[in-house]
Design a binder for this molecule. Structure first.
Ligand SMILES: Nc1ncnc2c1ncn2[C@@H]1O[C@H](COP(=O)(O)OP(=O)(O)OP(=O)(O)O)[C@@H](O)[C@H]1O
Length: 887
């Protein structure tokens, strides 16, 4: 087996006018075009040299096949197209062997000749040059090809104009931005740009096709290109045996051979080759395998350095570590202060290379760091609420609200990384003292411009560095704790990752990326336009045999995953050639600017007119909103082409507005849902609390009822024994109340009576009449008996109270047999209000009623002094009185 050498990348120039999405995970520049010829100043890869060998005869002009070489084709075409081209032919020949000059000459001659040729000739030229031969792919710069394709589209347009009777022609004054001279510019300000774009698109499609053809033919595959290709590069790293493992008598079960073969044996010895041979079934081959003594630097250089290079070329790249818990993933990705990991080394390298490529500092590096913990996405640089993942066609998967920090140096990045790691969920488990309980993803977005001869090239690349949490057995960690919940979530997400790997390898149509947050975030790294490296970490210990086998199995599977062509995200800002052209271009640009301003103003007016409709529309309604053309009066006066362009622009703007509105509405709905969920949760919590307090109160109430019952029972029992001190005590208190009330009322009544009597006396004195007491005489004021009775009641307290007490005792003696009386009668008996009520009902019968009643003979001998006894009142007097009673 040949040793693995660090692969090299061809430098590729690609034109892409569509700015890539900046914040997606590896999903930058979907659909970006690519022309990937191989430049000569760089060392060729094996695939390139194969192509070169294949087409060498053509390159040298030797006629080994019927097809002429590209240069011969070009020359002959030029000769036939215009006589002036022949003057250039010697120059082309002269620089035939110097590739760089050759390309320049080709381009210049092509431009000059096309400038002077007729429309039909232009078309002929362009058509010829837009058909690249395999040789062209190798030798012609993308600029020549893109210009030829652009010219083809220009020629087609001119032809159309001529057919339509329009005599204006598309001129091509410089090698820079093509523009239309003499074309009516009303409403056509964006035409040059759109023409250029359409040209580039065609070129891009063609280039992509050629690139794919090359790949199919075996040249330029990811494997041979050193990782910036179409399949995931998989590396395996074996960690040293830990002290704990050594102490427990564990033995190594992994053997690495040839720096890429991994043998898994249950009890392998270093020298046990026979056994190794027998266990060929457990032999895996990877892009590289690192034995336990491999340094961090070596791991980085082999696995990730190429990807940093790719990012600087404007591509997307990602590196992720995979393996069981404690296998060394975090050590590989983060490392320690003495042994910096891949993340840190990559960032250092990135800044160093960026400084070389963009010495003027025209670069921006943005950084974000997130984790997936228990199926929630969190921002590690500014922790807060969980983030929501969103997917759109332009940006791919994004975490809404993720903070992006701009970093200016590697040290700053390392500081941010450190800050993020302090916020990361790390807990000790039985397997690992510093076990990561979450998947962490560091995204670095690089944007920089490089001055080149044709203008400035803006490149945007993205690097995702992922440290996955390790899969683990429930028994290996802690059971029935938070750790086990975390472990279950980690395993679930890794299982989802395995299903995605399976589906990708089997080429299924549906890949279940949505099964977990992790796979959603890794979508572009696994199946998108991204160069990806996977580092599978394994433990050497035979106690982890199962986990190691599992890891190696999935790593071997991942090797088969094909990713989409990862094209560079580049934008070329072309520069004019000389002063005259510059001023022309400037004038043109200013004109264009003015037109665009007018257009914007018009569009703004039309948007304002439609705004009400848009804002009132629901998402569904917005989607189906009818298109209202903007300012029809102006459009009517326009050239039909310009009107169409304007219509397209307005339509696009409408669509964008509608999409924005839909997005906003979706966000509002999401927020409302979240709010509703929160309220629901709060409500449930409150209800729970209320239920708990109700239960407590009910228990308390029941307890009190029990006590009360007990008390009543006791009291009723004790009341059976009349005269006991307890009964006396219970009886005394309501009586005291009664006594108080009675005395107060009597006082009040006496006062009123005496006042009335005084008044009557005064009146009588005045009249000089006599007051007669006999029957039929006139009474003034109240009845004299009432005041006497009240006074008697108040004064004869001891006696009255004695009677009441005795009566109560008697009632109590009669009641205890009844179960009702046992529990609830007592309070009613002794209620002062009841006694008062009784008293009130007594009052209803007057003194005269009593004395004139049929029972009036039952006058107590003790009350012969004219005072009325209470016994005369109903309820008392009607009872038959036995002689032993003292009343
Ligand atoms: N290549 C290595 N050289 C020296 N020590 C290593 C190496 N790889 C791992 N270790 C040590 O092994 C232990 C476990 O490693 P690490 O924390 O990186 O595992 P992990 O795979 O990230 O685990 P988890 O998934 O639980 O986070 C650490 O103490 C680490 O220092």
């Amino acid at each position: 087996m040949p040793p693995v050498s660090t692969p090299t990348y061809p430098r590729k120039e690609v034109v892409n006018l569509q700015r890539p999405s900046r914040f997606s995970l590896g999903g930058v520049g979907k659909g970006a075009n690519a022309m990937q010829p191989i430049q000569e100043e760089r060392p060729m890869t094996r695939s390139q040299s194969k192509v070169r060998e294949k087409y060498a005869p053509f390159a040298q002009g030797a006629v080994s096949s019927n097809k002429p070489s590209f240069s011969v084709q070009l020359e002959s075409t030029m000769k036939t197209s215009h006589p002036s081209v022949s003057l250039l032919t010697p120059r082309v020949k002269q620089h035939q062997h110097s590739q760089e000059n050759h390309h320049q000459q080709l381009q210049q001659s092509l431009m000059k000749s096309l400038r002077k040729t007729s429309v039909l000739e232009q078309r002929k030229h362009a058509e010829e040059y837009a058909q690249p031969t395999p040789m062209e792919v190798d030798l012609v710069t993308p600029r020549v090809r893109h210009l030829s394709t652009t010219l083809l589209s220009l020629a087609k347009q001119n032809e159309k104009r001529v057919r339509n009777g329009d005599n204006t022609e598309v001129a091509r004054p410089s090698r820079g931005l093509p523009f239309a001279s003499g074309i009516k510019t009303t409403g056509m300000a964006s035409e040059p740009m759109s023409m250029l774009k359409s040209g580039l698109k065609t070129a891009s499609l063609r280039a992509r096709q050629v690139h794919e053809d090359m790949e199919r033919g075996g040249g330029g595959s990811g494997e041979e290109d050193g990782g910036v290709g179409t399949r995931i590069m998989v590396y395996v790293r074996l960690r040293p045996m830990s002290k704990k493992e050594k102490e427990s008598g564990a033995r190594s079960c992994v053997k690495i051979d040839n720096k890429r073969d991994v043998y898994l044996t249950e009890m392998a010895l270093e020298t046990d080759y026979l056994r190794l041979k027998r266990l060929r079934g457990r032999h895996f081959t990877f892009d590289a395998a690192f034995p336990d003594n491999t340094s961090q630097e070596e791991v980085y250089q082999t696995s990730a350095a190429n990807l940093v290079e790719a990012v600087l070329e404007g591509r997307n790249a990602s590196v992720f570590c995979y393996g069981a818990t404690g296998a060394g993933k975090t050590h590989t990705m983060l490392g320690t202060v003495q042994q910096l990991g891949v993340m840190v080394l990559a960032l250092k390298d990135l800044f160093a290379k960026l400084k070389q490529r963009s010495p003027e500092g025209e670069h921006v590096v943005r950084l974000s760091y997130l984790e997936v913990y228990n199926e929630t996405v969190r921002d590690l640089l500014s922790p807060g609420r969980p983030l929501v993942l969103r997917e759109d066609s332009r940006q791919g998967i994004t975490a809404a609200g993720l903070t992006q920090y701009q970093a200016f140096s590697a040290d700053e990045v390392i500081e941010l990384l450190h800050k993020g790691n302090t916020n990361r969920q790390t807990e000790p488990t039985r397997c690992n003292e510093t076990s990561s309980r979450s998947h962490a993803i560091l995204q670095v977005l690089v944007e920089y411009s490089v001055p080149q001869e044709i203008g400035k090239v803006l490149r945007v690349g993205k690097l995702s560095l992922i440290d996955l949490a390790g899969s683990e057995r429930a028994l290996a960690t802690d059971q029935r704790t938070l750790r086990s919940v975390e472990g279950a979530n980690i395993n679930r997400s890794l299982l989802a990752l395995s299903s995605c790997i399976n589906a990708l390898v089997e080429g299924k149509k549906h890949i279940p990326f949505r099964n977990s947050k992790l796979t959603q975030l890794l979508k572009d790294s696994l199946g998108g336009a991204c160069s990806t490296a996977m580092i599978a970490n394994v433990s050497p210990s035979n106690s982890s045999f199962g986990e190691t086998q599992n890891t190696l199995h999935w790593a071997a599977r991942a090797k088969e995953i094909k990713t989409k062509g990862n094209e560079a995200n580049e934008e070329i800002h072309l520069m004019p050639e000389d002063q005259e052209e510059k001023s022309k271009l400037l004038a043109q640009m200013q004109k264009e600017n003015q037109m665009l301003r007018l257009q914007i103003a018009r569009l703004e007016r039309s948007f304002l007119a439609n705004q009400n409709n848009v804002s009132a529309a629901t998402p569904a309604a917005v989607g189906s909103m009818p298109f209202t053309p903007a300012v029809p009066s102006r459009r009517n006066s326009m050239d039909p082409g310009a009107a169409a362009t304007l219509d397209t622009v307005v339509r696009r703007e409408h669509k964008t507005m509608a999409e924005k509105k839909i997005w906003e509405l979706q966000r509002t709905v999401e927020l409302l849902e979240m709010e509703a969920e929160k309220t629901r949760r709060d409500g449930a919590l409150r209800e729970e609390k209320m239920n708990a307090s109700i239960m407590a109160l009910t228990a308390e109430h029941n307890l009190q009822l029990k006590r009360k019952d007990e008390y009543i029972r006791n009291l009723c029992n004790s009341m059976n024994k009349v005269g006991s001190p307890a009964v006396e005590k219970v009886v005394a208190s309501p009586i005291k109340c009664l006594e108080k009330i009675l005395s107060q009322r009597a006082k009040a009544k006496d006062k009123a009576v005496s006042e009335k009597a005084d008044k009557a006396a005064a009146v009588a004195a005045e009249k000089g009449s006599q007051y007669n007491t006999p029957k039929g005489s006139t009474h003034t004021g109240s009845r004299p008996g009432s005041s006497v009775r009240a006074t008697t009641l108040a004064k004869a307290d001891p006696k009255t109270l004695g009677v009441t007490t005795r009566r109560m005792k008697r009632i109590a003696q009669q009641t205890p047999a009844s179960p009702v009386a046992k529990t609830s009668v007592l309070p009613r008996f002794f209620s002062p209000s009841k006694a008062e009520e009784q008293f009130a009902s007594c009052k209803k019968r007057t003194f005269w009623d009593i004395t004139n009643s049929p029972n009036s003979h039952m006058r107590s001998p003790g009350l012969s002094n004219g005072r009325t006894s209470l016994l005369r009142q109903p309820g008392f007097a009607r009872r038959k009185i036995s002689p032993e009673h003292d009343y």
